[in-house]
Design a protein around this ligand. Structure first.
Ligand code: PGA
Length: 248
């Protein structure tokens, strides 16, 4: 039997509320079918979460958010708390996507705070890490990844009731939306490095995804990489046929 993978659709700020609902209703049966052997989650805009969790209630298809507050609750106008995401039916939450690091100036410390708040609220964090083109050219890839993962050493693990699972999504910034896929041997080296690093520093179970220009043509060979557990998919996840091609 072939390996089962995790497929996370990151819809970013694409698809309006109405478009998201229409799309999910149109492809509901097929989406549920795709999630029987694999983990499939859709991460829409915040406004769509409740409606989408209702559409997929009692099915294997999961819903995730794209961000959450770094605080539990309080006077933080415009923020969305992890506890509310959990109560809305979310199972996953993406944190530290490069677009949030670049456009919204999120720091590694803030992102790690989000990881622990999500875990406290029994959501699975999808922690995005990855180097820019310039950092890659300067040979800084592993240094950057180490800095982004360093906070996992935090003593906050001791505050969690159970040993959690986290998902790490390696998304080289230069591969996102560019159509460029990393050389597979180099990618495998990075995935192996992440697996070694994370298992050496903290006590949770983890999965490793790759993200950046994954589509129906590039996914098949990527799936052969030994240390890959799945994909974080942007643009291609907006088109059902393309998403299906990636999963199948
Ligand atoms: P892409 O985006 O698949 O469109 O490259 C991936 C991401 O930003 O998560």
């Amino acid at each position: 039997m072939s390996k089962s993978f995790i497929y996370i659709a990151n819809w970013k700020m694409h698809k309006s509320y109405h478009e998201a609902i229409t799309w999910c209703l149109q492809y509901k049966d097929e989406l549920v079918q795709l999630s029987t052997r694999n983990t499939v989650a859709i991460c829409p805009q915040f406004t769509d979460i409740v409606e989408l969790t209702n559409i997929f209630k009692n099915t294997a298809l999961k819903i995730g958010a794209q961000n959450c507050a770094a605080y539990e609750s309080g006077s933080y106008t415009g923020e969305v708390s992890a506890v509310s995401l959990a109560q809305s039916g979310c199972s996953y939450c993406i944190v530290g996507h490069s677009e949030r690091r670049i456009y919204f100036h999120e720091t590694d410390d803030t992102i790690m705070q989000k990881v622990f708040i999500l875990l406290k609220n029994t959501l699975i964090p999808i922690l995005c890490i990855g180097e820019t083109a310039q950092e890659k050219e300067q040979g800084l890839t592993f240094k950057v990844l180490e800095k982004q993962l360093y906070g996992l050493r935090s003593p906050s693990w001791n505050l969690l009731p159970t040993l959690p699972t986290i998902i790490i999504a390696y998304e080289p910034v230069w591969a996102i939306g560019s159509g460029i896929i990393p050389d597979h041997n180099k990618l495998e080296t990075v995935l192996l490095w992440i697996a070694d690093y994370v298992s050496s520093i903290h006590p949770c179970s983890f999965k490793i995804l790759y993200g950046g220009s994954v589509n129906g043509n590039t996914s098949a060979t990527l799936k052969k990489l030994a240390h890959l557990d799945g994909f974080l998919i942007g643009g291609a996840s907006l088109d059902f046929q393309e998403l299906k091609k990636i999963v199948l």
